[in-house]
Ligand binder design. Structure first.
Ligand SMILES: Nc1ncnc2c1ncn2[C@@H]1O[C@H](COP(=O)(O)OP(=O)(O)O)[C@@H](O)[C@H]1O
Ligand code: SF4
Ligand SMILES: [Mg+2]
Length: 327
């Protein structure tokens, strides 16, 4: 692989709740090629956001303990970056779209000013040039009457329009990696579909790498060529999307597919996954999915399955995978 755009090895993130360690991310390794689109999926609380926010050093490091053998974005080890290094990273190299644009936008500044901020700072654009560029970016993300909209404040826009503003901000410096963290979850279904189409179109045109974080596998069917599944802080399956949908290897992936009503899949006769994810404060020496797994054996309750290659293009953490290894 050429220089990876994201290269994470053995990342663990632990919060302290009272005196109790909460292991949000456990031993995650993930390498992405430039231009690659990855769908990162898992139930709420599985560590998706914490893992991705670590790559941009967005976590409050007074509360989060981050340990990794490697944590590189576009070849830069981000762990050692100071304020200036982080400024040079966020925006031009990697940018993040959050689920809730209301919290990420400043209510006191016009959307034009906020979109133009990175351009003024990183590209040295004048206020006027940055404003013109903001208008162009708003037009690109499908905001009608962009000339008028740049002068408005976030509260004057609908949720869907605010999310488009966030996307315009995230794209303003043409990052090599875009992390879209459940960007459509707060929106109604029609707007969701529009945003997905919009981001998909821009990604295809500009060729940046993208991680689309979601709990919804059906949404990823159209978006991602590669799917990474997280459970209880760990990656449990990583596979090409077509293989994963046709024949999931991890029982949890199969369960996710089964509870995805909009997909016509082989496992559709299976019931949604019973039970709930384990308490992240626990650290059992077993498969974390065992209490919910219909294939669990004695071994699964006594030993933890490592994430290992399963054929040439898949990684799976399971002693009894459902799908055969393929070349
Ligand atoms: N700032 C924080 N302080 C303490 N625990 C946190 C914090 N952020 C996330 N967590 C915990 O880490 C785990 C993973 O969270 P998160 O990555 O947000 O899940 P996901 O994005 O998959 O829904 C959860 O158990 C969550 O409660
Ligand atoms: S290791 Fe065992 S319990 Fe865990 S997912 Fe595989 S079969 Fe199920
Ligand atoms: Mg999240």
């Amino acid at each position: 692989m050429t220089q990876a755009v994201l290269d994470i090895e053995n990342l663990s993130v632990t919060f302290r709740r009272g005196g109790v360690p909460v292991r949000a991310v456990r031993d995650v390794s993930l390498r992405m090629a430039p231009g690659e689109v990855v769908g990162l999926v898992g139930e709420s609380g599985s560590g998706k956001s914490v893992a991705m926010m670590s790559a941009m050093r967005l976590l409050d490091e007074k509360r989060a303990e981050i340990a990794a053998k490697r944590l590189d974005v576009d070849g830069r080890p981000v762990g050692g970056l100071g304020r200036r290094g982080l400024e040079a990273l966020r925006g031009p190299v990697v940018s993040y779209i959050f689920q809730d644009p209301a919290t990420a936008l400043n209510p006191l500044l016009t959307v034009g000013w906020q979109i133009g901020e990175g351009l003024r700072r990183h590209r040295g654009l004048s206020r006027e040039a940055a404003r013109r560029e903001a208008v162009a970016l708003l037009a690109k993300v499908g905001v009608p009457a962009p000339e008028r909209r740049v002068r408005q404040f976030p509260h004057q826009l609908s949720g869907g329009m605010r999310q488009r503003v966030m996307i315009a901000m995230a794209l303003s410096l043409a990052p090599k990696l875009l992390i879209a963290d459940e960007p459509t979850t707060a929106l109604d279904v029609t707007v969701q579909a529009e945003i997905v189409r919009l981001v998909q179109g821009i990604q295809a045109a500009e060729g940046m790498a993208m991680v689309w974080v979601t709990h919804d596998l059906a949404l990823l069917a159209r978006l991602a060529r590669r799917i990474v599944v997280m459970y209880a802080g760990r990656i449990v399956e990583d596979a090409p999307a077509d293989r994963l949908y046709a024949a999931p290897a991890h029982p949890y992936t199969a369960g996710l597919l089964a509870s995805t009503s909009r997909l016509d899949v082989a496992f559709a006769d299976q019931k949604p996954i019973p039970g709930s994810p384990p308490d992240p404060a626990l650290d059992p020496v077993s498969c974390a999915f065992a209490p919910r797994c219909f294939r669990a054996s004695e071994r699964c309750r006594a030993e933890r399955p490592e994430l290992l290659a399963h054929g040439g293009r898949r990684r799976v953490a399971c002693f009894h995978p459902l799908a055969e290894a393929e070349p």
